[in-house]
Design a protein around this ligand. Sequence first.
Ligand code: G4P
Length: 529
Amino acid sequence: MNNYNNEINKRRTFAIISHPDAGKTTLTEKFLLFGGAIQTAGAVKSNKIKKHATSDFMEIERQRGISVATSVMSFEYRGILINLLDTPGHKDFAEDTYRTLTAVDSVILVIDSVNGVEAQTRRLMEVCRMRNTPVIVFINKMDRDGKNRFDLLEEIEKELNIQLHPMTWPINSGKDFKGVYNLYDKDLVLFTANTKATDEDTVKIDNLESSLLEERLGEKDAATLREDVELVDGVHGQLNVGNYLEGKVAPVFFGSAINNFGVREMLDTFIRVAPEPRSRETSIRHLDVHEDKFSGFVFKIHANLDPKHRDRIAFLRVCSGKFERNKYFHHVRLDKDVRFSNPYTFLARDKDVIEAAYPGDVVGLFDTGNFKIGDTLTEGEDLYFTGIPSFSPEIFKEVVNKDPMKTKQLEKGLLQLTDEGVAQLFTQYGGNKKIIGCVGELQFEVIQYRLLHEYGASVQFNAMPFYKACWITSKDPRKLEDFTRFKHANIAEDKDGYVVYLAQSEWFLNTERTNNPEIEFHFTSEIHK
Ligand code: G4P
């Protein structure tokens, strides 16, 4: 046991995830307003990558640059210190989001009541499920004519493969939306647009038979609510917090972020049930969050494209002990001791240099190229945190060197950029073909630009007909060897020397899987095995 228990107990580190446009930014803003971290609505908007800027990556980078300041938003609410990690909404930066999910202890998933489960929602939830991350669901935009509430819950349960537990229940939607009934506190919260919910809008309903329901909602809606609640309560009963913490059950709230409705109920539940900073697995042992000695890992590196500010920031999540300014820590991969004179925390208004940070906190470290994703700092022990996967890219292109005089610079540039996690690098078997894999087209533009401006290397990309990279293993080394020989045109090595099968299509992949049962195909690869 250590001295930091109080610090650990009062921290909650989480992310809000959603398909773009479901309302993540709006909800973030309302949280910050509750936490007193911002005073006016609209303050978070600059963080958002504009939907129409998809072809202009410099503009997107400029906006991402702004977003560094809001990458982590720390605020206090009812004595709890909340670290909210921002995730980019733009799908081309999905890898960034996946990695950020390795640094949080829980998530809030926002779903648009009109659109239901969308593509990005599915993929983000897959990542959460891999890690058994506890999830709270916020069904947003109840002020719009959305799907039937029962159908929507069924869709979410089925598509996201998680059991839902409604905590509030909506009374209609769209222009007839009247508010929610809080199944937990047994009160009715009446909907008022664009105002902070006040106590007058909350009506205590101890008994659902009470005529107060008719008074406030009218006959028809009162009757529907009674029926609904009977149904829902019958099925769900009390929330089992243990099941939520194991990622098996997700509490659900209905609301309207833009109207600041239903947000406080969720935040209050969040601070009550969401996990404190959790213990983690490492390459050598289980690491308890309460241990005395400091440890932490880098989950994201942000490079600034602006030539006037050529700085990189490594985001370090503290996993145990106390991080201190100017204290020497052990950089495990480089096997050297490093210290930081200007580490900063992210308060919503501005960056602040900090003296100390505790488990659950995220520290920004100025970096001159010493870090890569997954790097660990400790007080001397050689360990790596596990559960920081690389995901299969979706677009593959061959790198063609246009200036043979700059081959060295190109190689260095490719290594550094892939260390930062901008893209993944593969080398085709039996040749020297370098293949870059990314989640979005935008990354290729970023890479081309940065190789030229930072390393003086000029490249061109040739599209390759692959759709997925699968890391392959087999219990029988001979089978693996045979497979890689027969399929050499589709085989590559990743940066760490692991063998990868590049599939042209789902059909090819399924065929190979059927034909080669002794080969295992993995869609993710652990950075540290
Ligand atoms: P994102 O970060 O998940 O991409 O979504 P964001 O919060 O930016 O919200 C997307 C759009 O949905 C915004 O409108 C926002 O105002 C709207 N919105 C958010 N919550 C609600 C809600 O509860 N009800 C309704 N009706 N709309 C909501 P926009 O027109 O795209 O942007 P803006 O012009 O308002 O900035």
